[in-house]
Design a protein around this ligand. Structure first.
Ligand code: EAX
Length: 328
């Protein structure tokens, strides 16, 4: 009797392992992917698409850790370096602390439009930047998109750069963004994302982000004025831990890269298709929007940045030249 019970238990267990609720016989390899924003946001659209594509074409399982449960973007990058998670969809800004060349993407007023963005990031300059991330232990798979960044604040309408003077602005944890806003006359404080509470409590007056972020995070509830400065284009760099990646079979490496490139293309399109809708939503929500600020005043104030230390190192200089030449 006892034997029979054991036999039945064994048979049922084996059956469940194969087809039952316990899932397949072999555990799928789990890839942990970290990002800082909430579902529905630019980074998540990309990550979810990647998950859908890879899972439908392989036995990998992609586990997405969103909404900053793993900390700031800087902290997520550190966790990828340590391989405690494998992947991230991370805004370009915080990369420059790890690889200074990453700041060339955010060079002020570099790109005139999305067409230029695609040409440069998908062409040799972008691919060169991805290759250089390997120095910090990252394999760059693709660029997805945050978008052109715009200024919001709760103090006053900003039309010319003089209106920026003294604004307490939150910037990304990036040397470039800090210098940039200092040059423009603001008082920048680097902070990880999210920052709703700081805006609400008035610790800071201002922030800058693409329209999708301003809308998704309902920053209109804590920021009265929006100025379409488009001062900087902001990519996400979609990365994996280099060593972990190199340890995979070549076919898997190719598949993971391909799925991420497809997800990034899908997500860039999502951003561009929805941008006008985000702007309309923010207007409806009562934000005062300056759609045609005096950008010449911003450009001339920020021009000295190219001679500043953050762009002086040989490696940063030569990549910057590549980007400037290609973005024409
Ligand atoms: O995507 O930190 C930032 O300002 C980023 O743009 C944020 O992650 C939203």
């Amino acid at each position: 009797m006892q034997r029979l019970v054991i036999l039945v238990v064994v048979v049922v267990t084996l059956f469940l392992m194969h087809v039952g609720p316990a899932g397949p016989a072999f555990a799928k390899e789990v890839i942990k992917l970290g990002l800082v924003t909430i579902p529905g946001s630019a980074q998540n659209i990309c990550a979810e698409k990647f998950k859908e594509l890879l899972e439908s074409r392989s036995d990998y399982e992609v586990k997405i850790y969103h909404s900053a449960t793993l900390g700031t973007e800087t902290e997520i990058l550190q966790q990828i370096q340590m391989n405690s998670i494998q992947m991230g969809v991370i805004t370009d800004g915080p990369f420059d602390v790890f690889v200074p060349e990453a700041r060339v993407v955010g060079y002020p007023f570099l790109f005139a439009d999305y067409q230029q963005v695609d040409k440069v990031l998908d062409g040799p300059p972008g691919q060169e930047l991805l290759a250089r991330l390997e120095r910090a232990g990252f394999k760059g798979l693709a660029f997805s998109e945050n978008g052109f960044r715009n200024l919001t604040n709760n103090k006053r309408p900003v039309h010319t750069v003089d209106d920026v003077a003294g604004l307490k602005i939150r910037v990304m944890e990036s040397a470039l963004h800090k210098e940039l806003w200092r040059l423009l006359g603001a008082n920048p404080t680097p902070m990880g994302w999210p920052i709703f509470t700081e805006l609400q409590q008035g610790t800071i007056d201002a922030q800058e982000n693409p329209l999708s972020v301003i809308a998704n995070y309902r920053l209109n509830e804590v920021q009265k004025y929006l100025t379409l400065t488009a001062h900087v284009y902001s990519a996400h760099i979609d990365v994996v831990n280099l060593k972990w990646f190199q340890g995979l079979p070549a076919a898997d490496q190719e598949l993971i890269s391909k799925c991420m490139r497809e997800a990034a293309a899908y997500q860039r399109n999502w951003n561009r298709t929805n941008e006008a809708g985000f702007l309309a939503k923010l207007k409806e929500a009562g934000m005062t929007v300056d759609e045609h600020p005096d950008l010449a005043s911003f450009r001339s104030k920020v021009a000295p940045i190219k001679n500043m230390e953050i762009f002086q190192g040989q490696q940063v200089q030569d990549l910057l030249q590549m980007f400037l030449k290609a973005a024409q």
